[in-house]
Each structure stands twice: as structure tokens, then as C-alpha cells.
Ligand binder design. Structure first.
Ligand SMILES: Cc1cc2nc3c(=O)[nH]c(=O)nc-3n(C[C@H](O)[C@H](O)[C@H](O)COP(=O)(O)OP(=O)(O)OC[C@H]3O[C@@H](n4cnc5c(N)ncnc54)[C@H](O)[C@@H]3O)c2cc1C
Length: 266
């Protein structure tokens, strides 16, 4: 099987800060890690490769420092890593990010069976990039996958988490799957993997290497805009009733019903 895993480098969650003026995330000077939910996609990719043979390539789009995420993925067990980095990509929204990832895969890593993604990134948190890439590549997509099994040459069965249970889908290859935590337990990097990761070459591809429509890149090419960022105000306004006897209970119950009716809850 030829498998691609898409990984994103994110700031450690507690450090997420936003630039109020531009509406974008401030990433400079912040400790970065592989999106924790992508570790599950890497792990299941390694397990599939161990069981069925083939290759596992990690791909990330980000600033030059995201190379570190690719080395970490190789230390865990990916065969190689490809970085997509170019000033022209800066400010891309999920649509522009998906476009670049899809074009890079189409032009540079053809003949794949499976593309694996995390369920969502812990910073942007939209869960849109996986389905976005699948749409650009015209691939079947299954989101929230918790199990991959019955793998044959041209298809696999997957369990997809839904409210109150899971759906069973037969997915024809090539396909894109976004996976949830339940699918695997990420392994630690091995010593051999770390050695390989330290010395490997990480190709960095940009607009010079991938044929891209420049009008679809970066902030200018992004159809969405962050118009305003604010912390929602949580008010604790309430009506308080002190209950000393049965009569108070009745009064409090009547008041509660009246309040819920007033708010059109009942
Ligand atoms: C108007 C606008 C401007 C923006 N400007 C910037 C900016 O200047 N700088 C900036 O860093 N971000 C910027 N962003 C955020 C950026 O678009 C998102 O971080 C990115 O598209 C991924 O979206 P997400 O974090 O919601 O990922 P999700 O869709 O939640 O991620 C789901 C999965 O997709 C894969 N994935 C996601 N992103 C990548 C990636 N980059 N490479 C490989 N795989 C990936 C991973 O497997 C991940 O688990 C901007 C967003 C908007 C809307």
C-alpha cells in the first residue's frame, strides 16, 4: 500500500495567541509540536504498512520550522517526509491549504492508495482540510474513522464514529480517511527511527516545484476572512430563591416555570 499521512505542526494548545489586527494565529516564538490528533493517523499508517507492506510518506504545509514535525514522524516510523513551504502560502485559509496539499499530492506523490489525516487540528480546529483535500482530488472520504479492516487490494471497510454508535462503510481506494483517537495508540519514536530522521533529506517544495494557480494562494487567494476575534462574555446572571419550607419550594417551582416560559424554553 502507498499511504500518505497529512500532519500539521501546531503550537502547544495552552500557547495559542491570536493577532487581533489580522485575525491570524501568532506562531513566532511559540513551542511547536505535531498536532496531537495526527499522531493517531501516523500510528495507524505505520500499522497498515507493517501488515500490508508499502510506504508511508508524511506531508506537511507550513513554515520552514515545520520540517521538525516531519523528522518526528519519520522517527516514529514514516519512510519519508515532504514539506510544502513558500512565502506565497502564508495566510492561506483551509480552502487554500487544501488546494496546495492536493496539488502537491497529485503532482509529486501519484499512485497512492490511502491519504490519512487527523480528525482536526488543535489550533485551527475546523476539521475541513481532510475533506477539502479529498474534494480537490475527487476522492471518496470517510471522516471520524475509528477502525480500518477487511483490507483488500482495492477497498477497505471502516467504522465511522457517529452519535450513539458507528457506521460501517466500504471505501474504494484511493480514498481519504480522517481518524479519531480510538483507532490506535501512538508509539514512541525508536532509536533507529531517530537516527534516520536526524540525517535524512527533507525536500521542501514551493511554487517553483509545484504548478499552482497563484490566485488561489495565501491570504489574497483565501475565500474566508477572520473579520473579528473576541472572547465570548459568559454572564452568571441568575435569580436566587432561598427555600426554608414547603411553601418556598412551591414558590420557587412556580418562578422557575414562569422563567422558562418567559425564555420560551417551555
Ligand atoms: C483567513 C485565514 C487566514 C489564515 N492565515 C493563516 C496564517 O497566516 N498562518 C497560519 O499558519 N494559518 C493561517 N490560517 C489558518 C490555516 O488556514 C489553518 O491552520 C489550516 O488551513 C488548517 O486548518 P485547521 O487548523 O482548521 O485544520 P483542520 O482542518 O482541523 O485539520 C484536519 C487535518 O488536516 C490535516 N492538516 C491540516 N492542516 C495541514 C497542513 N498545513 N499540512 C498538512 N496537513 C494538514 C491534518 O491531518 C489535520 O489533522 C488562516 C485561516 C484563515 C481562515
Amino acid at each position: 500500500m502507498k499511504i500518505i499521512v497529512l500532519i500539521k505542526q501546531v503550537p502547544e494548545t495552552s500557547n495559542v495567541k491570536m493577532d487581533q489586527a489580522t485575525g491570524t494565529m501568532i506562531r513566532e516564538g511559540v513551542e511547536s509540536i505535531i498536532n496531537p490528533l495526527d499522531l493517531y493517523a501516523i500510528e495507524i499508517g505505520i500499522q497498515l504498512k507493517e501488515k500490508h507492506g508499502g510506504t508511508l510518506t508524511a506531508v506537511t504545509m507550513g513554515p520552514p520550522k515545520s520540517e521538525k514535525a516531519l523528522r518526528e514522524a519519520v522517527a516514529m516510523g514514516c519512510d519519508d517526509g515532504i514539506m510544502l513551504s513558500d512565502k506565497a502560502f502564508a495566510g492561506s485559509d483551509t480552502w487554500a491549504t487544501s488546494y496546495v496539499l492536493a496539488e502537491a499530492i497529485k503532482q509529486k506523490i501519484p499512485g497512492y492508495d490511502l491519504i490519512l489525516c487527523g480528525e482536526r487540528a488543535t489550533d485551527g480546529d475546523t476539521g475541513q482540510v481532510g475533506p477539502g483535500v479529498a474534494t480537490f482530488l475527487d476522492l471518496p472520504v470517510a471522516t471520524y474513522v475509528s477502525k480500518i479492516y477487511d483490507i483488500q487490494e482495492k477497498q477497505a471497510k471502516v467504522n465511522r464514529l457517529v452519535e450513539g454508535g458507528y457506521e460501517v462503510l466500504a471505501v474504494p481506494f484511493p480514498a481519504l480517511l480522517t481518524v479519531v483517537k480510538e483507532i490506535s495508540f501512538p508509539r514512541l519514536p525508536t532509536l533507529r527511527g531517530k537516527r534516520k530522521a536526524r540525517t535524512m533529506q527533507v525536500p521542501s517544495l514551493g511554487t517553483a516545484e509545484i504548478a499552482l494557480d497563484k490566485a488561489k494562494l495565501g491570504l489574497k487567494g483565501s475565500p474566508t476572512r477572520v473579520v473579528k476575534i473576541f472572547t465570548p462574555k459568559v454572564t452568571r446572571e441568575c435569580r436566587k430563591y432561598v427555600i426554608k419550607d414547603n411553601e418556598d419550594i412551591e414558590k420557587a417551582a412556580d418562578a422557575l416555570i414562569e422563567y422558562l416560559a418567559e425564555k420560551q424554553v417551555i
